[in-house]
Design a protein around this ligand. Structure first.
Ligand SMILES: Nc1ncnc2c1ncn2[C@@H]1O[C@H](COP(=O)(O)OP(=O)(O)OP(=O)(O)O)[C@@H](O)[C@H]1O
Length: 505
């Protein structure tokens, strides 16, 4: 398969708003791909490489060699070139990398160069969304989409189950949780307060739990013997960054296990430190010193047994038997709302960001945002995307400071509606980071506003949503401030304009 075809299909997928057409384009290409290249082509269509690291940064890709006139690059050649790039290290690697980049990009047409550059930097806008990819794979292989979806959640994404889908429904059904391979984490829906959350659970006969919601980073930990793998919410491998978590997990009395939890930096008295300190240990751009502590809230596999489909009460009992209390999330269990409320107040008094209410009878729904986990946070927050940023003045001269915020259009996941701006809540470290990040994402610049590709997700706290004629969504945020940049979320996952409007008083 020529790269050219993948690039063409990617741009057609990006150009249409229709989910059916997108899935149809993907299905069409996969159906005409050689079997041994299908998985790779699916990866490329989703905007990612097979190689987790390439050693390439935007500086090394700033200038491009003259493009080729006609497309001749094949996808397996591209894959081999990235394998080679990923293998370069040590003395002489800078020169070797430049040579390899020149060879690869010099054989690409202008359009292919653009795509290769974006994919190498993790910036492909037209990367097919997981849901569309799932549909495309199902269509191409002629199997039910639900079967592909289930397998994809357990395998870490639809692109990993392409071969199984083409082998048929039995091969898909045989895909289970495999220790060492992260699965899509279960997500929570939200409710404005505890009573609403309990009501949303419905008449759950088995009762419910209220967990402290720790404001750290999600960790999924796999252990097989002494081998430990730690993955983030977006399934990135951060094992090497968290040796103290590896140590805790190695000490547990089991051989094989998969745990779900949160890692967080705490102060001497056990209260959460500001989120930035946890982030400074886990985000690639920072090198923080703070020690983090793992707190687990679920166990998905234990010594040869998958626990995903068991009711939560049984998984919680297994967790209690396995993980000592200092490494478990504070949890209340029962069915009395008054006592749940008292626990929830205590959690907030201890400095945590909220609670997660969980149905006791529910299985672990990998990759789903369902009604079995419901989060309640007293501070309103939204995940939004940065659309543009303004050069700062005074003390902030020379930095990109005031960010323009966008919510997602309800109908079109690639369109964003401007909601307002904020320059509040940014630490000096964040300002330095965002100045570089938004320079990389720049599309155009006028006077003092730098417009950027809408790719960076930011979590914003606010006091209220007001009606406003100033912005196209008809609403504006009151006292919006930056809580953090979120590298574990994609723009297609940010809050929609109707979610923002639902906060109108
Ligand atoms: N006890 C807990 N149980 C489940 N999730 C928890 C718990 N404590 C903290 N969390 C965090 O809360 C998140 C659950 O909310 P959700 O599924 O909506 O993810 P999110 O979009 O990352 O949410 P948020 O931005 O509120 O952290 C988890 O991803 C996890 O990182």
């Amino acid at each position: 398969m020529l790269l050219h075809e993948v690039v063409e299909v990617s741009s057609r997928v990006a150009a249409t708003r229709s989910r059916n057409l997108k899935a149809g384009e993907i299905a069409g290409l996969l159906a005409r791909t050689e079997p041994e290249q299908r998985e790779l082509v699916a990866r490329y269509l989703s905007g990612s490489l097979r190689q987790r690291r390439t050693g390439l940064g935007w500086r090394g890709l700033q200038t491009m060699p003259d493009p080729a006139e006609t497309p001749t690059l094949a996808v397996d050649e591209v894959d081999r070139a990235f394998d080679h790039l990923a293998s370069l290290s040590g003395a002489g690697s800078v020169a070797a990398r430049a040579t390899a980049v020149a060879a690869l990009f010099g054989s690409a047409t202008a359009e292919e160069q653009q795509w290769l550059r974006a994919v190498a930097l993790g910036n492909v806008r037209q990367g097919a969304l997981e849901a569309v990819m799932t549909e495309g794979v199902a269509q191409a292989a002629g199997v039910p989409v639900a079967d592909v979806r289930r397998a994809a959640m357990l395998a870490g994404g639809a692109t990993y189950v392409v071969d199984a889908a083409f082998a048929g429904t039995e091969a898909l059904a045989a895909i289970g949780l495999s220790v060492g391979r992260p699965i899509q984490p279960m997500l929570a829906s939200s409710a404005p307060d505890l009573d609403a959350a309990i009501e949303k659970l419905g008449s759950a006969p088995a009762g419910f739990a209220v967990d402290a919601k720790l404001d750290g980073i999600r960790i999924q930990v796999h252990r097989s013997g002494d081998d430990v793998v730690i993955a983030t919410r977006s399934l990135d491998d951060i094992t090497a960054r968290l040796p103290e978590v590896v140590e805790v997990v190695r000490a547990l009395p089991a051989t094989d296990l998969v745990l779900d939890g949160e890692a967080i930096a705490l102060d001497d008295r056990g209260r959460p430190r500001p989120f930035q300190e946890t982030a400074s240990r886990t985000a690639s751009a920072f090198t923080g010193e703070a020690r983090v502590t793992p707190y687990f809230f679920d166990v998905l596999h234990l010594d040869g047994r998958d626990l995903l489909d068991l009711p939560a009460t049984e998984r919680w009992a297994a967790l209690e038997a396995l993980v000592p209390e200092p490494h478990r999330v504070a949890r209340w269990r029962g069915d009395d709302p008054a006592s749940a409320r008292a626990f929830s107040r205590q959690v907030l008094a201890d400095g945590h960001e909220g609670v997660v209410v969980k149905a006791a009878g529910a299985s672990y729904a990998a990759g789903r945002r369902g009604a079995s986990w419901i989060k309640v946070k007293p501070v309103h927050t939204l995940d939004l995307v940065v659309l543009a940023v303004e050069w700062g003045s005074g003390r902030r001269r020379g930095t990109l400071s005031n960010i323009h915020l966008g919510a997602r259009d309800d109908a079109d996941p690639e369109k964003f509606v401007m909601l307002g701006k904020t320059f509040k809540g940014m630490t000096d470290e964040m300002l330095a980071w965002q100045t570089q990040r938004f320079t990389e994402l720049k599309t155009t610049e006028d006077d003092w506003v730098v417009h950027v590709r809408p790719e960076q997700v930011v979590e914003i706290a606010f006091d209220a949503v007001q009606r406003s004629r100033r912005y196209p969504g008809g609403v504006a945020l009151r006292f919006a401030r930056v809580l953090r940049y979120r590298d574990d979320k994609r723009p297609a996952e940010v809050d929609t304009i109707s979610t923002v409007q639902s906060y109108l008083e």
